[in-house]
Design a protein. Structure first.
Length: 112
């Protein structure tokens, strides 16, 4: 019986992660970071990121919304990767999906 429960748990875990996995770019370098601090509500509090290449959303430009939980930490990671020359993978915000240029990000992954 324990084996059955364990198998069911693993199957459910796989389904949950498979269902909520967000689209992610291939490993690439950050070309530029641009922080907007204007009163324009549509862009205020965003960090715009351009990457060397992207296989995602037909764009190489993405944004981090600093008003979201973890937004400032994601910006810190992107800045650290940019300064150190490390490659990153960018994960888009699934609730908004691909929106072309400046697609919203959910996470930044730094690679060795």
């Amino acid at each position: 019986m324990k084996l059955l429960y364990r198998a069911m748990f693993l199957a459910l875990t796989f389904l949950i992660f498979e269902t909520y996995a967000e689209p992610t770019t291939e490993s690439t370098k950050i070309n530029s970071l641009r922080l907007y601090m204007f009163e324009d509500v549509s862009m205020a509090g965003h960090v715009l990121i351009t990457v060397a290449s992207s296989n995602l959303c037909n764009t190489n430009s993405f944004k981090i919304d600093l008003s979201l939980g973890g937004g400032t930490e994601a910006y810190s990671m992107a800045l650290a990767a940019f300064i150190s020359g490390k490659e990153v993978q960018l994960e888009i915000l699934n609730s908004k999906g691909c929106t072309g240029d400046w697609t919203s990000l959910q996470s930044v992954i730094i690679n060795n």
